[in-house]
Write a protein that binds this ligand. Structure first.
Ligand code: MSP
Length: 526
């Protein structure tokens, strides 16, 4: 498999502006960032979008409670999300807010087009309404949950409205064919099967407008009493952000990364809206699972959300890269939930980052300093380290893992390459050889292979560890990678990761440990 530079567009959900950012938001955005950086590293023309979803009714009530107008309240909170992502080193290319004119104008156009082609029509609706989610729930689902919200447990209410409806029912067969035929990829597979089973039960038309929002939201064209339902408004962000001159080539999106609870909107409603508009469908929707905290589900009532303060604390103690590493490698990619637990964080940090990556890097650069005058030594012709073959195989595994979004496997492949370096050092003991006469060429050859394998591992880990790997590159005399990839620049992974890239004679510098060991904090006094 080779990498051909391409164009790549990845999105995160746009987060409810009413919330304070927490681990869930940080997680989805961080893994989207890892994917975006991987594509930039490959040289792809990449666009990463995140943002906030502002037109929920809750925004109006929360603003009222604070004596603010909804826009000012949304402005404050949107800024908090933006600052959070900035301080976490997220490399999004844009941040969309659904209250921005650029979005509202596009959405008005989309809905006008759907009204004109008959996909949106006026009608009346009565059903069970989950006020917390601003969502109607089917009779079956309402019954199953004892007429309580499956999300927050509060009673559902019977609600009757004159609304605009989207003809979702008309798209059932096309959607099924697209999902089952792979034209529109929904992952992981278990989640796709759930979606397919539900579509087979039959699709009803859905209300896409609301009344009584007090003017907060995007009005239905020519019927200002009706506001476009916040979910429909929000889904359009993925298109509105790039449906402008200079960005159109990014559509269709390559990947919508979302959490499992919003898959229905992304795998059914969204593609159907796009079919209605005659637009191409996104190539892929991937729904990850959820973080829980120290073994317990996170909830507002338990007050155990891993919030920003907690995340900042990890950054202060372990570094931002370490947090990114933990989220990326231990997170709920796939269908299982993942536990954010202090003990596990410490274990993973010390095992992979301090004792493997950091330690190996220090050992190799120290030995080059001591035995090779701090210069990259000459490779030994016909070296039998096996590291070259291992690096080639690692690159293949890594690419495949990245393509299937197994970010944990991608990282594990790179870390395993570093473990091979450690094993090789143990076997050959260059520090012993260096004391024997006439063995300096052999020592140099060993260290060349070690440094080269580590250089390649550092490239593969850069999307997850952008700060520390750029430091590592600097010490290996590979500043050009850091220059190329700074400020969202494109890399050349294919070329850079080729064995033999390290030039003999290049100065190698030592420095502070990349990942200093961290001890467990003493348990707080009872
Ligand atoms: N505004 C809608 C999304 C509209 S997208 C067109 C929304 N917002 S949200 O603020 O509730 O964010 C939901 C997303 O946050 C989830 O889909 C997921 O990406 C992330 N997470 C929220 N809690 C989470 C966990 N506990 N664990 C992992 N991610 C979760 O829904």
């Amino acid at each position: 498999m080779t990498d051909t530079p391409d164009r790549f567009y990845v999105t995160t959900p746009i987060y409810y502006v009413n919330d304070r950012p927490h681990i869930g938001h940080v997680y989805s955005t961080t893994i989207a960032d890892v994917v975006a950086r991987y594509h930039r590293l490959r040289g792809d023309q990449t666009f990463m979008l995140t943002g906030v979803d502002e037109h929920a009714a809750k925004v109006v009530t929360a603003a009222e409670e604070r004596g603010l107008d909804p826009q000012s309240w949304a402005d404050q909170n949107a800024a908090a999300f933006q600052e959070t992502f900035f301080s976490l080193g997220v490399s999004n290319d844009d941040f969309i807010r659904t209250s921005e004119p650029r979005h509202k104008e596009r959405v008005t156009e989309y809905v006008t087009a759907l009204i004109e082609n008959g996909d949106v029509y006026a009608g009346e609706y009565e059903g069970w309404y989950d006020a917390g989610q601003e969502e109607y729930i089917s009779e079956n689902k309402a019954k199953e949950s004892d007429y309580l919200s499956p999300i927050n447990g509060k009673p559902l209410t019977k609600k009757r409205e004159r609304n605009y409806f989207f003809r979702l029912s008309a798209y059932q067969d096309r959607l099924l064919a697209l999902i089952e035929g792979g034209g529109f990829v929904v992952e992981p597979e278990a989640r796709r099967n759930e979606v397919v089973a539900r579509i087979r039960e039959g699709l009803n038309d859905v209300a896409i407008s609301r009344t009584g929002t007090g003017g907060w939201g995007i009005p239905i064209p020519n019927d200002p009493d009706q506001t476009i339902y916040v979910w429909i408004d929000a889904l359009f962000n993925y298109l509105s952000a790039v449906d402008v001159d200079g960005r159109r080539e990014y559509w269709p999106a390559d990947l919508h990364l979302i959490g499992k609870e919003i898959l229905w909107f992304h795998a059914v409603i969204w593609p159907a809206l796009l079919l209605g508009l005659g637009r191409e469908l996104p190539r892929r929707v991937y729904a990850h699972s959820f973080w829980i905290s120290e073994g317990r589900k996170m909830s507002k009532s338990l007050g155990n959300f891993v919030d920003l303060e907690r995340l900042d604390d990890y950054v202060a103690r372990f570094s931002l890269d370490a947090l990114r590493y933990f989220l990326t490698t231990q997170g709920p990619i796939g269908t299982n939930d993942a536990d954010f637990a202090e003990a596990k964080f410490l274990e993973v940090y010390n095992a992979d980052l301090a004792n493997t990556l950091g330690n190996s890097f220090s050992r190799v650069t120290n030995m080059i300093g001591r035995y090779c005058d701090g210069l990259v030594p000459q490779p030994g012709g016909g070296s039998d380290s096996g590291l070259q073959e291992k690096a080639v195989a690692t690159l293949e595994d890594y690419r495949a893992a990245m393509a299937s979004l197994r970010l944990d496997h991608a990282a594990a492949a790179a870390v395993e390459l570093v473990r091979q370096v450690d094993g090789y050092i143990e076997r050959t003991q260059p520090y012993r050889l260096a004391k024997e006469e006439g063995k300096m060429a052999a020592v140099g050859a060993i260290l060349y292979d070690c440094a080269e394998a580590i250089r390649i591992a550092s490239l593969l880990l850069w999307p997850i560890l952008p700060d520390r790997m750029a430091t590592a590159w600097g010490r290996l005399g590979c500043d050009s990678y850091a220059h190329a990839t700074a400020s969202r620049g494109a890399g050349q992974l294919e070329e850079w990761a080729r064995w033999g890239g390290l030039q003999p004679g290049t100065p190698v510098s030592k420095g502070d440990p990349l990942f200093p060991r961290v001890l467990a904090e003493p348990a707080p006094a009872a």
